[in-house]
Design a protein around this ligand. Structure first.
Ligand code: G6P
Ligand code: MN
Length: 447
């Protein structure tokens, strides 16, 4: 089996490769093709992978290329994890928004819209190329903002593109841990959009265990979401929100913390990653893997640091620093499809009536049954109240972004910004658009 990774010079590629190295079963991935526009980054990551493979006799063979056609031809699976305009773009998304007093996060709010507006045209071209060159391939999309990017790609690839995210798995694992149950025994009742979902139940042996968690103050306060959102708020909601909902429920505090931080998340990672890739290019003898792993740990430790700081939530738990979710979802998904290993995973797929508040083609993030035929979303309880409202509002924004990208429409881009629940004025939206267009040349196509 051949796996192609777009954004193959990206920092998280060794996580995926690590998961592949642990798979020795028949039908496993035997060839990995890394594609990237930047040959220097490709070389750095290839070095890390080489060290990872050193003691593994059946390690998948790795090739690198900067040519998209070569990369896609003969691929069985295509992972997409690209970042258009890199971390510099991410830092600009944040800065322009924060200067207007609104959130600039890469997937939520104005920042996510700017990022989507420059990413969707690129990923639409990729989707077309996959449809031409590898029509049988399955595309697993990590590229953020993953919900809207997957929806834009689905117009060309149908159900052959599947969006993934590690945050629902992490949430499920933490809640199962707080309840003292085995995560593999738990059925998660989770629904929403990417980075906008709620865990409404966690069932073991047919019984929902969440009510027990709400009654146990100490257990409820013991994990990341309990500390971020506070136990009272979780009880009021009667559900555990995805960590990204912190930007909505505590918007003023999170924007405040981001504005006063010495560096935005994007600016911090830009420096950190630059340091890593430069060091590797300069030092051809040291261990590339050790340098990568140190950098990875520092990245994990500082993940969502501003959010925790905004509400005094303290440090991350050591068990949340191990990574694992990201590559495990990807690998389980590939195994389920390629070897018909039936399983249930939370994925970003077309709704098909599962969430009644959205139409059939909307990409939603819900538990899916997966087998050789691909994923099929499972019937679930409806979204109600403010969750239903928020999901509909944000889906409308995503659709405006997709339509703006497809038609080069400035009007729709401004409408997307103005109608986002975290942008508080049409005038702010207009200024945001101007600011983004001035600083990000990729947005010149919007007229
Ligand atoms: C989580 C999200 C991903 C996102 C990543 C960002 O894993 O689910 O969608 O890419 O965090 O983390 P970063 O370290 O880049 O802030
Ligand atoms: Mn994600």
């Amino acid at each position: 089996m051949r796996l192609t990774i777009l954004g193959g010079g990206g920092f998280r590629v060794p996580l995926v490769y690590r998961a592949l190295l642990d798979d020795h079963a028949e039908g496993r991935v035997t060839h990995v093709t890394l594609h990237d526009l930047d040959a220097g980054r490709l070389a750095a990551i290839a070095r890390v992978l080489k060290e990872q493979a050193a003691d593994v006799p059946d390690a998948p063979e790795v090739t690198v290329t900067t040519d998209l056609e070569t990369a896609l031809t003969k691929a069985d699976f295509v992972f997409s994890a690209v970042r258009v305009r890199g971390l510099e773009g991410r830092a600009t998304d944040e800065r322009v928004a924060l200067d207007e007093g609104v959130l600039g996060q890469e997937t939520v709010g104005a920042g996510g819209i700017s990022y989507g507006l420059r990413t969707i045209p690129v990923m639409t071209r990729v989707a077309r190329r996959v449809a031409e060159l590898a029509p049988e391939a399955w595309v697993i999309n990590f590229t953020n903002p993953a919900g809207m990017v997957t929806e834009a790609m689905a117009a060309h690839l149908g159900d052959r593109v599947i969006g993934i995210c590690d945050s629902p798995v992490g949430l499920g694992r933490r809640v199962a841990g707080a309840l003292g149950v085995d995560p593999s025994e738990a059925r998660l009742d989770y629904a929403g959009l990417n980075h906008l979902g709620w865990l409404r139940g966690l069932h073991v042996g047919g019984r929902d265990q969440l009510p027990r968690l709400f009654e146990d103050e100490r257990a409820l306060a013991s994990f990341e979401e309990g500390r971020l959102f506070g136990t009272d708020w979780l009880r009021s909601l009667g559900a555990i929100p995805n960590e990204y909902l912190h930007y909505y429920y505590f918007n003023r505090e999170t924007v405040g913390a981001a504005r006063t931080a010495a560096k935005t998340r994007g600016a911090f990672l830009l420096d950190q990653q630059r340091g890593f890739y430069d060091r590797l290019a300069a030092d051809l003898d040291g261990s590339a893997f050790a340098a990568w792993d140190r950098t990875r740990l520092e990245r994990e430790e500082t993940y969502m640091a501003e959010n925790r700081e905004a509400v005094d939530a303290g440090e991350r738990d050591s068990c949340d620093l191990q990574s694992g979710g990201y590559e495990q979802v990807a690998l389980s998904l590939m195994r389920a499809i390629a070897r018909d290993e039936r399983t249930t995973l939370i994925l970003n797929v077309r709704n098909r009536g599962v969430l009644g508040v959205l139409d059939a083609d909307a990409i939603v993030e819900v538990p899916c049954h997966v087998d050789a035929n691909g994923p099929r979303p499972l019937a679930t309880d409806p979204l109600t109240g403010h969750a239903a409202g928020l999901v509909c509002a944000v889906k409308a924004v995503e659709r405006d972004v997709i339509a703006a990208a497809a038609g080069g429409s400035r009007t729709l881009a401004v409408r997307a910004l103005a109608t986002h629940p975290l942008v508080d004025s049409v005038n702010v939206a207009r200024r945001l658009f101007e600011g983004y267009q001035q600083r990000i040349p990729d947005l010149a196509y919007l007229r």
